[in-house]
Design a protein around this ligand. Sequence first.
Ligand code: COA
Length: 177
Amino acid sequence: MIYGERVRLRHVERDDLSQFVEWLNDPEVTMGLSMHIPLSMDEEESWYEQVLKSPNEERPLCVEVKLGEDWQLIGNSGFFTIDWRSRNGEIGIFIGDKAYWDQGYGTEVVKLILQHGFSTLNLHRIFLRVFADNQRAIRVYEKVGFVHEGRQRQAEYHDGEFHDVIFMGMLRPEWDR
Ligand SMILES: CC(C)(COP(=O)(O)OP(=O)(O)OC[C@H]1O[C@@H](n2cnc3c(N)ncnc32)[C@H](O)[C@@H]1OP(=O)(O)O)[C@@H](O)C(=O)NCCC(=O)NCCS
């Protein structure tokens, strides 16, 4: 378990999958994720089987918030892939429960993932990709200190338009500062 001030990150259980399917069929959530085809429970279960076969450092984590004495699932975050030779890792996040947006949870989760990546996994560089129209997400990454590294022009298509994909990254010395 990885604890922050208001959130904790735990491993994904099979029982979480139906909640993920509900969120990953919400167009407002998936707009930032490029998952535009409706997702079935069977597909999610196949994804979970693959997750269980992947290295444990690269498994997504459940995001939970503390409500009184209980913890409530609100989303998912973690490393997609890690290149151990270059010590580079790519992260992703979604807060599926929209009632929790704009309250600082996304920022806290990204900071926790960075702390985990640099201080536990000993990574040197952590990066992500974000669509240029996802202003909320870009704001989170800028607040945390990610640097804009580059831009793939018109690499994503949704809502009838092409959108640029922005690469953002952070190096270990930048995090330490
Ligand atoms: C992106 C996401 C993780 C952000 O989580 P969150 O908990 O809402 O983020 P926070 O509350 O920590 O921060 C949001 C910031 O964006 C700002 N914001 C919200 N809407 C905005 C907009 N349209 N333009 C600019 N900034 C915006 C908020 O004001 C806040 O900044 P502030 O703290 O300076 O006021 C969450 O909204 C999400 O999961 N979205 C769907 C999936 C997704 O897009 N994932 C990211 C893929 S790269």
